[in-house]
Design a protein around this ligand. Structure first.
Ligand SMILES: [Zn+2]
Length: 612
């Protein structure tokens, strides 16, 4: 798999890119002894079990058994291929990768992503040029000034302007000789329905380039400057732009999010820019979609407190209901601020300023408390009102999976409406019972993480595989010593230890380690580059992450035990053969003899090497 990129380049990248730096971009890591610890970006957890070893240049999560090196981390986190991950790291560290090493097909596949990113970058420069120097850009600039936007903010977010007319961008790319069919894939131009040719998607709009965490332009948002509709237009989903995973402003916010441990989420582009302009830089905006599990996963690498900012009760309630499932899984603390009627974050900040906003934020309610509050406000506390409040909240309450959280909120609700806690509980049980009857797809529970169960499955498999019985445990220990104490490898080769392995997965890992010419420099992260199988990668990471201390003595003890068990099982096999002969069980006998044959071959091989 690594042959798309020359081996020497892979090792150059590997030697330059530090896994702690790369992981730190998305996971908040804290030093813990020799390693770093953080909340796993691949499964939901409250206490960190995601471990990164700077010394071994690998990561491993003790919660979901996912592990690998710097390349596998990027592949998994960003959903990209090995060559893409390698290229991304190479770019970041200024390492040149020759393209001629790739076949035409490989080139095509890998380059589509890069081409689209390059097209987006060119388009961003075009829009920017139009805003700063174009004749019609003056109007756009005047509009931005009127909205109070500083030049600094416009520059730092690379705002631009898509001029009036149907083919400005089409012509721009024609002049650059970039095929329209390719540009079309970026969503920037659209093919005409009935006639041949293409037209610009964004026309006479302020343009907001959307960046990912590694500062690449993945898409665009465009806003009109008057009341025409649609007010906002976004790039469609493309191979580089996935709305569920993208947050506007994340590239500028990540540092402050990490420093403060919190993040504000607003809905609009201008809201976001206003926050930044007013010095609140730990802020991002969703892009015309509800907050997704992926967004939360992305953010929790930076912050463990999320504050949703809304401009009306209604918008807040809707969003709270939509996202309750995501937050109640307990990955991050979420609260909601609703601004006074008639204000959005943008207008609020320009009128009342930073202090006032921060003050409002400090009074933000937890999501469930916010819902209780809104329901009480809406229905009042008459008997009828109380009944409506309970009936409105029973479903969201039932959707909270965390028992402790649920009972705390039930208590809060019961106190708020002065109803017996048991009565509230009874209502919620009704909902749960109905749900369990198979009323699946209830709107509160449709965000269940589908990976949850699968991950545990993998974990069982990984551990089960290697921990099966004494034999398996020893095989596992031998691989660990090979990874952690490579000095023992010559002895392992000499004694043909791997040939007697029963666990095929462990055996092939061992064989990969042996492939390294220079034992003294066996690096776990290198071995990982030779493996495609994700489960095997996880297994290696789990084996290598331990802090065992090895010396020749302790290694030899384990090898001797392994051999003696093997000899014992050989003796046991002979006894079984004798018994099968006695019982006349021909089928079993054939099987056992076959096994013995295999063992004999191995023993012979071993004797030969010992004699040599
Ligand atoms: Zn995990």
């Amino acid at each position: 798999m690594s042959n798309y990129i020359p081996e020497d380049k892979v090792s150059e990248i590997k030697n330059t890119a530090d896994i702690v730096d790369v992981v730190s971009e998305v996971v908040h890591l804290k030093r813990s002894g020799k390693n770093y610890l953080g909340l796993c970006p691949f499964h939901s957890e409250k206490t960190p079990s995601f471990t990164v070893s700077p010394e071994k240049q690998i990561f491993y999560c003790f919660g979901c058994a996912t592990g690998g090196n710097v390349f596998s981390f990027l592949m998994k986190h960003d959903g990209i291929s090995f060559p893409d991950a390698a290229r991304m790291l190479a770019r970041r560290h200024g390492i040149d990768i020759p393209t001629q090493a790739m076949s035409p097909d490989q080139k095509r596949r890998i380059s589509e992503r890069e081409n689209l990113l390059a097209i987006n970058r060119e388009a961003m420069d075009f829009f920017r040029q139009e805003l700063l120097g174009g004749a019609s850009g003056k109007r756009a600039m005047a509009y931005l000034k009127k909205r109070g936007m500083d030049k600094e903010i416009l520059d730092s977010f690379n705002l631009g302007y898509a001029p009036e007319g149907w083919d400005n961008l089409v012509n721009f790319f024609s002049k650059k000789k970039i095929p329209h069919a390719l540009v079309e894939k970026s969503g920037l131009i659209v093919s005409r329905k009935n006639k041949s040719g293409f037209y610009d998607r964004f026309r006479d709009r302020i343009i907001f380039p959307i960046f990912d965490l590694s500062m690449q332009v993945i898409g665009f948002g465009g806003r009109v400057m008057d009341d025409s509709m649609p007010k906002y237009l976004n790039s469609p989903e493309t191979p580089v732009y996935n709305k569920r995973r993208s947050l506007y402003g994340i590239h500028r916010a990540k540092k402050k999010c990490r420093e403060s441990g919190s993040v504000y989420i607003v809905e609009g582009y201008f809201d976001l820019l206003s926050l930044h302009q007013h010095g609140i830089e730990n802020a991002v905006a969703t892009l015309g979609t509800a907050l997704t599990t992926e967004h939360v996963q992305l953010l929790k690498g930076y912050a463990d407190r999320v504050v949703l900012v809304f401009d009306s009760d209604d918008a807040g309630i809707k969003a709270a209901l939509r996202s309750i499932g995501i937050f109640m899984r307990g990955e991050v603390d979420a609260s909601i601020i609703v601004l006074p009627a008639g204000y959005d974050p943008d207008s609020y900040l320009f009128e009342f300023g930073y202090e006032s906003f921060i003050n409002a934020a400090s009074k933000a309610h937890g999501i469930m408390s916010f819902l209780i509050d809104s329901a009480v406000k809406k229905h009042g506390l008459s008997i009828e009102g109380k009944i409506r409040v309970i009936s409105e909240l029973k479903e969201p309450l039932a959707s909270i999976n965390d028992n402790m959280k649920r009972s705390l909120y039930i208590k809060e609700l019961a106190e708020r409406v002065s109803i017996d806690e048991a009565a509230v509980l009874e209502k919620i049980r009704e909902v749960s019972a109905q749900k369990n009857k198979g009323a699946k797809g209830a709107k509160w529970s449709n965000d269940d993480d589908p990976r949850g169960s699968r991950k545990t499955g993998v974990q069982d498999k990984v551990q089960g595989k290697a921990l099966n019985g004494k034999w398996g445990r020893l095989e596992r220990q031998i691989i660990v010593m090979m990874l952690q104490f490579p000095q023992i490898i010559p002895e392992i080769t000499e004694r043909n230890i791997l040939d007697f392995f029963e666990d095929k997965g462990l055996k092939s890992i061992g064989q990969l380690v042996l492939k390294h010419k220079d034992y003294s420099k066996v690096q776990v992260s290198d071995v990982m580059n030779l493996i495609d199988d994700k489960e095997q990668k996880n297994l290696i990471a789990s084996l290598a992450m331990g802090e065992d201390i090895w010396d020749h003595e302790s290694c030899r003890v384990i090898l001797a035990r392994f051999e003696s068990i093997r000899n014992r099982s050989e003796r046991k096999l002979i006894e079984q053969i004798k018994a099968a002969e006695k019982d006349n069980d021909l089928e079993l006998l054939a099987k056992l003899l076959n096994k013995k044959q295999k063992m004999a071959v191995l023993s012979e091989k071993k004797k030969m090497t010992l004699l040599r």
